[in-house]
Ligand binder design. Structure first.
Ligand SMILES: NC(=O)c1ccc[n+]([C@@H]2O[C@H](COP(=O)([O-])OP(=O)(O)OC[C@H]3O[C@@H](n4cnc5c(N)ncnc54)[C@H](O)[C@@H]3O)[C@@H](O)[C@H]2O)c1
Length: 257
């Protein structure tokens, strides 16, 4: 474990053990943090721990109240407290029935809101008391560019966009409420990032062509590390004067439209 770094000695809970969550866990370890990772997929937790043996992990459905409470308690016990919470866990709901509103199913809406918005709320709910008690904490949530800069042709998943809009509003309201308590709350809004979640999009020639225009900095999907670097900044003391922001990490998405 690194004795020094931008998160030296900080106790970090990361939700989501794949893609962006894996990159966040790696960056946090490299910067001297102690890291606990949770994912509902036990195989993904095990795979992450095989790669990063210093990370402690647990499986749990973070949209389930009992599981979310249990995961936070286990993280507190393993780390001896909590300084940073990074909410990355989430899903894209096309296969559950998300889509344009007239075609999306109520079950698809519920699945996406549950796994994206409800899980973020629940983990914050259980992680805040210890942060408030020590009057210090940093929370980073994961939104999406699709919350504020939609695309009708390639990314018409309206429940997903709404779930990320809920996360943006939650982030700002929490930031306002907890600022006087020393707890900062921010979010990142990634564009298309090369992770398992975006495999379908990465393999679609029309989307690949679209990204050349919409993410003009590279003309390609971002890397999980691009998002992890932004999260690391928001989690660290370098952002001590920053709260309530949703930081776009998307290669120019919202200015390229
Ligand atoms: N990849 C992209 O292009 C992209 C773009 C914008 C936003 N995002 C967001 O980034 C986050 C991470 O996505 P990723 O690309 O790393 O995807 P990923 O599928 O690789 O990782 C997401 C992880 O979250 C876990 N998860 C989902 N619901 C859960 C729940 N209820 N409880 C516990 N774990 C749960 C999954 O099992 C999975 O391992 C998501 O919130 C996603 O919406 C991704």
């Amino acid at each position: 474990m690194a004795a020094e770094g931008r998160l030296a000695g900080r106790r970090v809970l990361v939700t989501g053990a794949s893609g962006i969550g894996l990159a966040v866990a790696r960056r946090c370890l490299d910067e001297g943090a102690r890291v606990f990772v949770a994912d509902r997929d036990a195989g993904r937790v095990d795979a992450l721990r095989a790669e990063l043996p210093d990370v402690v992990g647990a499986a749990g459905d973070l949209a389930d109240e009992a599981d979310a409470g249990d995961v936070v308690q286990r993280a507190l016990a393993a780390l001896g407290g909590l300084d940073v919470l990074v909410n990355v866990a989430g899903l894209s709901g096309r296969r559950y029935g998300d889509g344009p509103v007239h075609e999306a199913t109520p079950a698809g809406w519920d699945a996406v809101m549950r796994n994206n918005a409800r899980s973020t709320f629940l983990v914050c709910h259980f992680a805040l008391p210890p942060m408030l008690a020590q009057r210090r904490g940093a929370i980073v949530n994961t939104s999406s560019v699709l919350a504020s800069a939609p695309n009708a042709s390639h990314f018409a998943t309206h429940a997903y966009a709404a779930s990320k809009g809920a996360i943006d509003a939650l982030t700002r309201s929490m930031a306002a409420f907890y600022a006087r308590d020393g707890v900062r709350v921010n979010a990142v809004a990634p564009g298309l990032i090369a992770t398992p979640m975006s495999a379908r999009a990465q393999g679609d020639p029309a989307i690949v062509a679209y990204l050349r225009e919409r993410q003009p900095l590279t003309g390609a999907p971002g890397e999980p590390g691009d998002v992890a670097d932004a999260i690391l900044y928001l989690a660290s003391d370098e952002a001590r004067f920053v709260t309530g922001t949703v930081l776009e990490v998307a290669g120019g998405w919202s200015v390229a439209g």
